[in-house]
Write a protein that binds this ligand. Structure first.
Ligand SMILES: [Zn+2]
Ligand SMILES: [Zn+2]
Length: 220
């Protein structure tokens, strides 16, 4: 990739692809979250995480780019989203295609966000997790909290629910990797391409909804 690919950062799929290619050319290895639970010796590692809040077709656009470049990422999916239903034929088949590419699926935890869900949180969690696992035919061992800044106190140390081996904001990730996020289509510390080569270990959160081919309105 030449320099001009990184002079005008944006949220286009072509820039997403260029960033990953740049990381691969620079010697990084991309791991799924479940592959990074134990201490690793590799120097250059990227954990690519996706919290899919709004749109599975948008998530699939990124999954396909990653699949074409031979990397694996982690997709945290919701069961109570207003804008997609994992039981619908479209969502179900997209989730299966994402799994077939070798990406990991995790539980995007939102039971803390609504009084009706919070009331029977753990009971609902166990049912939700087993529903997601039987729908997808895949074991789920990881979760990420939906909107932690809005719904959780930083000191609020929650126990991991049954069957969950990791939560995405745990210290093993946050302390050992440089964490950057595209929240609200804004990289607070600069686009991911600007960190590649500067930081050996990167933990990148992106949301497929912000990324587009020609115009952001493709997604809404
Ligand atoms: Zn960039
Ligand atoms: Zn979320």
């Amino acid at each position: 990739m030449n320099k001009t690919d990184f002079d005008n950062c944006g949220f286009t799929h072509s820039h997403y692809k260029a960033c990953i290619q740049h990381a691969l050319d620079s010697g990084y290895r991309f791991l799924r979250m479940k592959d990074a639970l134990n201490k690793l010796d590799d120097d250059k590692i990227i954990l690519m995480r996706h919290d899919e809040d709004l749109s599975l077709p948008a998530a699939y656009n990124l999954a396909r780019i990653e699949g074409d470049l031979g990397i694996k990422a982690t997709y945290f999916l919701r069961l109570h989203a207003k804008n997609y239903n994992l039981l619908s034929h479209e969502s179900y088949s997209i989730a299966h295609k994402i799994i077939e590419m070798g990406h990991e699926i995790g539980f995007h935890y939102e039971l803390h966000t609504h009084p009706a869900l919070l009331e029977k949180e753990m009971e609902l969690f166990e049912r939700s997790k087993s529903l997601m696992e039987s729908l997808l035919g895949a074991e789920i061992i990881g979760m990420s909290y939906h909107e932690p800044a809005r719904f959780m106190n930083e000191k609020d140390k929650r126990e991991l629910p049954p069957g969950i081996q990791y939560e995405a904001y745990e210290e093993r990730f946050m302390d050992n990797y440089k964490y950057i996020s595209d929240s609200s289509a804004h990289w607070r510390e600069g686009c991911m391409c600007q960190h590649i080569g500067k930081e050996d270990r990167l933990y990148i959160l992106t949301h497929g909804f912000w990324w587009f081919d020609k115009s952001p309105v493709e997604n809404y």
